[in-house]
Design a protein around this ligand. Structure first.
Ligand SMILES: Cc1ncc(COP(=O)(O)O)c(C=O)c1O
Length: 451
């Protein structure tokens, strides 16, 4: 166990906290230096898809390190980068045929924003630079991705001097509808708000709209209703606004399809992803581009879009991601994720029948969220002052269960929800163990906050 007091590491996330030394991982479990076992129900932070300790990934990385660990992309490419790009394009939505590899989720979104800007510049629209985001979202920790984010959790206000004037619309959160309406009578008010916002802000200033197909950590698997992204696509086309499907969490199988947007009939202009691409074995992210964007560049006078960062397309990260994607294909893990997700969701729904604090169980594949409420009839959230999420996460960790949660409903700061995103290789017996540990932790947390 380590604390700031006896370490030279700057524990930016909390210097009064205690940190366990993670010694090794095996399958869905992490073991600390005291030998205590934790069921990793959050997959590192939604990235571990294959589980811990897969030897062939480590071997692929070691082999690449021996061959050539680094090359600069101004002069070189590498075999794993080329093969990985082909593998990614093979599973990407139709018409998305090029990939830029970067270092993680924030850089993927930052680069998509910059490439979108170049797209409009090339077409003579130099005022189109603003990105519309959604409340209840997270897109990264760089200042521009914070400007796109809308989650109260990230404390954007602290960085206010560095924020761009990016507008936000409400999240498609049917359980806590920001318009107090009901689907389908609502007429998808959460989607048409995009058109209203573009009109109000001026279409000639809006470059792109960014949205997670299914909201990850910020909203704990908030899933839009049918027709939502089809409507979004229509609106983006009508106003010459590019659609960025932000799949940092939902990409590479997590929702039971290769990409989350494939649950709807809509093809984005950019698809950004990270986490599951390399299953956490190496830092990695990507921007997948639609031909509409790349062809505009290829046919223009412009010869480059300067998006280089030193470690983009890093050969060892590419080798890791390539080995991961081959493993996912060989073991049919996307299908397994869909099936195991259904099993886990049903088990959570059964738990909800006997645990009155559980208001909503939602999500797809192995990206499942639970929203806790004090009144199931009205969906009234618990007051923030109770800190139920934090108490539950801490209690679960003490019980050997790793999960993560956030607060807020998108329109108010009250509200507690947690996200479950275990590795795709979780077995049915391990799903049962997860639910048992969670049930026990909810009971204990409930007693602690006296609700
Ligand atoms: C939805 C989403 N987007 C972007 C990011 C930022 O990714 P990174 O931390 O790799 O920069 C995260 C990180 O958790 C995320 O969950």
């Amino acid at each position: 166990m380590t604390q700031q007091a006896n370490s030279h590491v700057f524990y930016a996330q909390g210097w009064n906290a205690e940190y366990q030394l993670a010694e090794h991982g095996e399958g869905i479990y992490v073991f600390d230096s005291n030998g205590k076992r934790y069921l990793d129900a959050i997959g590192g932070t939604h990235c571990i898809t294959l589980g811990y300790g897969v030897e062939e990934i480590a071997q692929a990385m070691a082999e690449q390190a021996m061959k050539v660990p680094f090359t600069h992309k101004v002069q070189f490419t590498s075999a794993p980068q080329e093969e990985l790009a082909s593998a990614v394009v093979e599973i990407a939505p139709p018409g998305m045929n090029h990939v830029l590899f970067v270092t993680g989720g924030s850089t993927a979104n930052e680069m998509a924003m910059q490439i979108a800007r170049y797209y409009h510049l090339v077409r003579g629209n130099e005022n189109k630079y603003r990105v519309i985001g959604r409340w209840h979202s997270y897109h990264g920790r760089t200042t521009s991705t914070l400007s796109m984010s809308g989650s109260q959790f990230v404390k954007r206000e602290d960085m206010q001097p560095y924020q761009y004037d990016f507008p936000h619309i409400h999240a498609p959160h049917c359980y806590q509808c920001p318009f107090s309406r009901t689907y389908p009578e609502c007429g998808l008010a959460c989607a048409t708000e995009l058109a209203d916002t573009i009109e109000r802000e001026g279409a000639d200033t809006i470059s792109a709209f960014i949205a997670e197909p299914i909201i990850g950590g910020a909203g704990s698997a908030v899933t839009p209703p049918p027709g939502y992204y089809e409507k979004i696509r229509e609106i983006c086309d009508a106003y010459d606004v590019l659609f960025i499907a932000e799949e940092v969490v939902t990409g590479f199988g997590r929702t039971g399809k290769h990409f989350g947007i494939q649950h709807w009939d809509a093809v984005p202009d950019f698809l950004t992803s990270a986490k599951g691409l390399s299953s956490g074995y190496a830092p990695m992210g990507c921007v997948i581009l639609h031909d509409k964007v790349t062809e505009t560049f290829f046919q223009s006078q412009r010869k480059t879009v300067p998006t280089f960062v030193t470690y983009s397309g890093h050969p060892i990260s590419c080798a890791a991601a390539l080995a991961v994607q081959k493993y996912v294909k060989k073991h049919n893990l996307v299908q397994q994720c869909a099936e195991r997700g259904e099993y886990l969701k049903q088990a959570l729904q059964k738990l909800a029948e006997r645990e009155s604090l559980i208001g909503d169980v939602r999500g797809k594949g192995l990206l499942l969220g639970i929203e806790f409420v004090q009144d199931r009839a009205t969906h009234e959230p618990m007051p923030r002052t109770l800190h139920f999420t934090e108490t539950l996460i801490k209690t679960a960790f003490a019980n050997g269960l790793i999960t993560r949660g956030r607060f807020g409903t998108g329109t108010q700061i009250n509200g507690d929800h947690i996200l479950l995103s275990p590795p795709f290789i979780i077995s049915e017996a391990e799903c049962d163990e997860l639910v048992d540990l969670l049930a026990q932790s909810i009971q204990q947390a409930r007693a602690q906050v006296a609700i």
